[in-house]
Design a binder for this molecule. Structure first.
Ligand code: SPD
Length: 428
């Protein structure tokens, strides 16, 4: 190593003005460029200027990536400053050139802090650390590092410690586990919140128990996705269940959760569970007809590997593999965050199961953008999720025995009551 850092000063011109003015697009491209180069992203902050122009910095463990754009000139000035030899900033350069559709570009690479010009000072890091500790007021000193799950216009942010406990780019997605201050450890896939220690029960209880009690005698269950293990943990609380087949496409998700979120990944050793690390879409396509009492699609959002979990073909196969009176429950997105996926999935299920057999339930998940989330159902038969009055005592006993924290008899019923704006979205 001949220098402390490497600095690439980049000129991009002939870029598309709309791209140069899109703060989210630019931030996503810069974060992606950092991660693809092998850097660990600590934080990013981006600002849009009026009437146009964007400035922003991605702070990485290995220094920073910064940008200033002038959309009216189709121009961006970019700094790629990295330390150490683990990060290849030229990967970032190539990626940004593509992302900005730059017709012209140039770059100057400079070594920063040439070691033959510097003298290493004699200081002892341990004494510096303890002195620093004494100088700081521990109540005031905080690292202000935030994780944001967002689209172009809105998002949900959680402050975290800055430590990434698990970080793996798999062939499907980026799998991370972070430690948030408010919600404990969090699993994120491609920077979207999947689940957190402190509020996972909202989602996992509601994706499972309403269908279990609506049916009343579920024996054979198929779970597509759900690699964190929370859904199978809830399903396996029911004595009637003889077998759960779970098909998760990405083994790294299971590995990450077993290691860092063991209370969610709590039932992987249950003998009734048959686990496949495989493509759920192919699995359902090749599965025998009329096999399952319940199919649960616990996928992530409709980008990346979960895109195929929002198609007509896939749900036709889900319907085919259900037994008579079988129930499909799918992660249904949010009517306030991903309106299109929410309404389209409902339309798909209506077209397959019939209007009166497609149902939508809502729940509150504090760590998902907008907080309002949904499950969308298709029922192959005459069951009605609201006809459960005679099961009130049975539900009450189950809730007590298992110490449930979200689901109960009244929540079961009320989760199917939809606000008017949602009814309109679903043409009801
Ligand atoms: N944006 C979050 C969508 C929910 C994805 N599934 C969560 C997995 C929990 N088992």
């Amino acid at each position: 190593m001949s220098a402390l850092g490497n600095h690439i000063l980049v000129e991009f011109s002939g870029c598309e003005p709309e791209i140069m003015n899109g703060v989210s697009t630019i931030e996503n491209a810069m974060v992606d460029a950092a991660e693809s180069a092998g850097a660990t992203v600590i934080n990013s902050t981006f600002h849009h200027f009026s009437p146009y122009g964007v400035s922003g910095v991605v702070v990485i463990q290995e220094s920073h990536l910064a940008i200033h754009t002038w959309p009216e000139y189709g121009y961006a000035a970019v700094d790629l400053f990295t330390c150490g030899d683990q990060v290849d900033a030229w990967v970032s350069f190539d990626l940004l050139k593509e992302a900005f559709k730059a017709k012209n570009y140039s770059a100057i690479e400079m070594k920063r802090g040439a070691l033959n010009l510097l003298n290493r000072l004699d200081f002892d890091i341990n004494s510096i650390r303890s002195e620093a500790k004494n100088r700081l007021n521990p109540d005031k000193y905080t690292r202000n590092v935030w994780f944001t799950d967002k689209d172009d216009d809105q998002g949900l942010s959680l402050r975290y410690t800055g430590e990434v406990l698990f970080d793996q780019k798999t062939e499907f997605q980026r799998v991370k586990v972070l430690e948030t201050y408010r919600y404990g450890k969090m699993l994120a896939l491609d920077n979207m919140v999947m689940t957190t220690e402190k509020d996972e029960f909202h989602y996992h209880e509601m994706i499972s128990h309403p269908a279990m009690f609506t049916h009343g005698n579920i024996k054979n269950v198929l779970v597509i996705g759900g690699g964190d293990g929370g859904t199978v943990r809830e399903i396996l609380k029911h004595q009637s269940v003889e077998k759960v087949t779970m098909v998760e496409i990405d083994g790294a998700v299971i590995e990450a959760c077993k290691e860092h979120l063991p209370q969610i990944a709590a039932s992987f050793d249950d003998p009734r569970l048959e686990l496949h690390v495989a493509d759920g879409i192919d699995f359902v396509k090749n599965a025998d007809s009329t096999t399952y009492d319940l199919v649960i699609v616990d996928g992530s959002d409709p980008v990346g590997p979960a895109e195929g979990l929002f198609t007509v073909d896939f749900y036709q196969n889900c319907e085919r593999v259900l037994k008579q009176n079988g129930i499909l429950v799918a992660q249904g997105e949010s009517p306030k965050f991903n309106e299109q996926a929410f309404t389209e999935l409902n339309a798909t299920l209506k077209s397959i199961f019939g209007n009166s057999n497609a149902h939508t339930s809502l729940l509150y998940v504090p760590t998902y953008p907008t907080g309002m989330w949904s499950f969308q159902w298709g029922i192959k038969g005459d069951l009605d999720p609201l006809k459960i009055n005679e099961k009130a005592d049975e539900i009450g006993a189950f809730v007590n025995e298992n110490g449930l924290n979200y689901y109960n008899f009244h929540i079961h019923k009320s989760s199917f009551a939809l606000p008017n704006f949602v009814l309109k979205m679903l043409d009801k």
